[in-house]
Design a protein. Structure first.
Length: 347
C-alpha cells in the first residue's frame, strides 16, 4: 500500500515539473460522429438544420481512479450565407487530484459547391479553456514514515503550487472536409498554438497539437418498408469509415462499420494501431446500438471492450452515451435538401 501511495505521489510531482516531455492526450469519444463539432470544426452546420447534442463517456470504471468526459453543443446552418455556426462545451474530470478541464468554444464553417454533387467545407474554432486541480489530498514520499507505516506531516514538493490551482488559456482549431452523397474525407488540427497549461509559474507544459483525418463511404442496401403517412421508404445502408489521430507521442486509428436499418443503428469498431514500438496501443473493440427516430431524436449507446494489457477485468471497459435532436429552424422550403448533407455515420 505504501509503495502504491509513494508511486502515485512521485508520478504526479513528475508530471507537474517536467517542462516539455510531459504529454497529454485529448478525450476520445467512441461515437465520434455523434460529437461532430468535437471531431472537426468543418462539420459545424453539417446537418443543414439546427442540432443540439450531448455526449458522456465513463472511461475504465473498474479502476480506483475514475475518468469522465462530456461534450454539449448546438449548431445551425445559415442557407443565405452557406455557413454553419456553433457553440460547444467540453469537459473532463479525473478523480486523482480532482483535476478537471473545461472548454467553451465558438465555431464557424463555410460550405463551397465544387460541382453538381461535390462539396468542400472549411471551419475554425476559438476556445477558452480552464484547468482546475486540488492537490491537498495527494500523498508524497516525504509524508510517509516507512518504519511506522504512517502517513502525515507537511511536504515541500508543492512549493510554488497553490493547493487549489486554476489556469486559463485560449486555444484554436481548424478543419476541412470534402464530400459527396456517398463518401467523405476530412482533416483537422486542434491546439494550433500548443498553449502552455502548467500550474507551476515559470514552467512549460505544452498541450500538444492533435492532427486527425477521418473519412468513409456509404452503400445503399435497397429500400425498407414504406411509411403510411409520409409514403417514404425507410433507409437501409451500410457504411465503412476510419478516424486517425496523432497527438505527440501517441497515434491511434479507429476503423469500423455501421449498419442502418431505419430506425435501428448497429455498429462495430476496432481502436488501436498495432506496432512494435515502445507504445503499443491495441486498445479496444467497440459495440454500438442506437435509434434514429423520424422526429429528429437520435440516441446511441456504446461499450468499449478493453483489448490492451490493462484487461477488461481490471478496467471495466468504457460506457458512452450520446443524445441529439435535429430540427428545422428557419424557412420550411429549405427542408430535406439531402443531396448536400454529409453522409457520415450517425454515431
Amino acid at each position: 500500500m505504501l509503495r502504491k501511495i509513494l508511486g502515485i505521489g512521485i508520478l504526479i510531482w513528475a508530471l507537474l515539473q517536467l517542462p516539455i516531455s510531459s504529454y497529454a492526450q485529448d478525450t476520445q469519444f467512441s461515437q465520434f460522429y455523434a460529437a461532430p463539432l468535437f471531431l472537426n470544426p468543418a462539420l459545424t452546420g453539417s446537418s443543414e438544420l439546427t442540432r443540439i447534442g450531448i455526449n458522456y463517456r465513463n472511461q475504465w470504471p473498474g479502476l480506483d481512479q475514475s475518468f469522465n468526459s462530456y461534450s454539449a453543443y448546438i449548431d445551425h446552418y445559415i442557407f443565405d450565407y452557406n455557413s454553419g455556426v456553433g457553440l460547444i462545451f467540453n469537459g473532463s474530470q479525473e478523480s486523482m487530484a480532482q483535476l478537471s478541464t473545461n472548454e467553451i468554444g465558438l465555431l464557424y464553417s463555410y460550405k463551397l459547391q465544387i460541382s453538381e454533387n461535390l462539396f468542400f467545407s472549411v471551419g475554425g474554432q476559438a476556445s477558452y479553456m480552464q484547468r482546475n486541480a486540488f492537490f491537498s489530498d495527494l500523498v508524497f514520499g516525504s509524508q510517509i514514515d516507512i518504519i511506522n507505516g504512517t502517513v502525515g506531516g507537511i511536504t515541500d514538493e508543492l512549493n510554488g503550487v497553490p493547493l487549489d490551482s486554476k489556469y486559463s488559456f485560449m486555444d484554436y482549431s481548424i478543419g476541412a472536409l470534402i464530400f459527396t452523397d456517398k463518401y467523405w474525407f476530412g482533416v483537422s488540427a486542434h491546439h494550433l498554438s500548443e498553449p502552455n497549461r502548467s500550474f507551476v509559474d515559470g514552467q512549460l507544459s505544452k498541450l500538444p497539437m492533435k492532427l486527425s483525418a477521418q473519412g468513409g463511404i456509404k452503400f445503399d442496401l435497397g429500400h425498407g418498408g414504406r411509411d403510411y403517412f409520409t409514403h417514404q421508404y425507410s433507409e437501409r445502408s451500410i457504411s465503412f469509415a476510419f478516424n486517425y489521430k496523432q497527438q505527440d507521442p501517441f497515434s491511434q486509428l479507429d476503423v469500423g462499420a455501421q449498419l442502418y436499418l431505419e430506425p435501428l443503428v448497429l455498429g462495430l469498431w476496432y481502436r488501436g494501431l498495432p506496432t512494435k514500438n515502445s507504445l503499443p496501443n491495441n486498445e479496444a473493440f467497440i459495440g454500438l446500438v442506437g435509434v434514429s427516430l423520424p422526429s429528429g431524436l437520435d440516441i446511441g449507446y456504446s461499450y468499449d471492450v478493453t483489448a490492451s494489457k490493462l484487461g477488461l477485468k481490471n478496467s471495466g471497459g468504457a460506457h458512452e452515451v450520446s443524445v441529439r435532436y435535429t430540427f428545422l429552424w428557419g424557412d420550411p422550403k429549405n427542408r430535406n435538401q439531402r443531396g448536400r448533407v454529409i453522409p457520415c455515420f450517425k454515431y
